[in-house]
Design a protein around this ligand. Structure first.
Ligand SMILES: Cc1cc2nc3c(=O)[nH]c(=O)nc-3n(C[C@H](O)[C@H](O)[C@H](O)COP(=O)(O)O)c2cc1C
Length: 131
């Protein structure tokens, strides 16, 4: 069965480009192995993440996420069975401020402080509307 889970959390420490790029590499490698796709939004030290994939994979990553000291105050916003993926083309799309993309992360959608760009807005809206 396909499931989609959305949560928000607070970063334990301010993250820089290198940390974010490493975090993304780690997420994407495991997500590919587990058949997970999704989107991660990081602004003002808050994460909002959507993960979608087989139930066992979602459960495994959700358990890992809850043990991860890089973030805290995890709030589960929604978890539902689904019939189709919203983020099929991304093992983890990532939206954040443009200055965090020093390392040219593929699947990066810049947001700016005054307003979201179209791509980031599309990702963020579809993540938030899943709640
Ligand atoms: C904000 C955030 C998002 C993450 N997203 C994922 C993810 O999508 N997939 C994943 O496998 N790990 C993700 N991780 C890393 C996991 O929390 C964990 O460190 C990693 O999966 C290894 O799991 P383990 O510690 O149980 O071995 C994320 C971590 C953070 C802080």
């Amino acid at each position: 069965m396909l499931e989609r889970l959305v949560y928000r959390s607070k970063a334990t420490h301010k993250l820089g480009s290198l940390h974010l790029s490493n975090l993304l590499l780690q997420c994407r490698k495991r997500n590919r192995e587990l058949g997970i796709t999704g989107h991660l939004l990081y602004t003002e030290e808050v994460f909002v993440q959507c993960i979608e994939g087989p139930t066992e994979s979602i459960e495994a990553v959700w358990q890992s996420l809850q043990r991860d000291e890089r973030h805290h105050d995890l709030q589960l916003l929604s978890r539902h069975p689904e019939t189709t993926r919203r983020f099929a083309e991304w093992s983890m799309a990532f939206s954040s401020y443009a200055h965090f993309n020093k390392y040219d992360i593929p699947g990066f959608f810049p947001v700016d402080h005054d307003g979201m760009t179209q791509a980031a807005e599309r990702c963020a809206n579809s993540t938030v509307s899943l709640v």
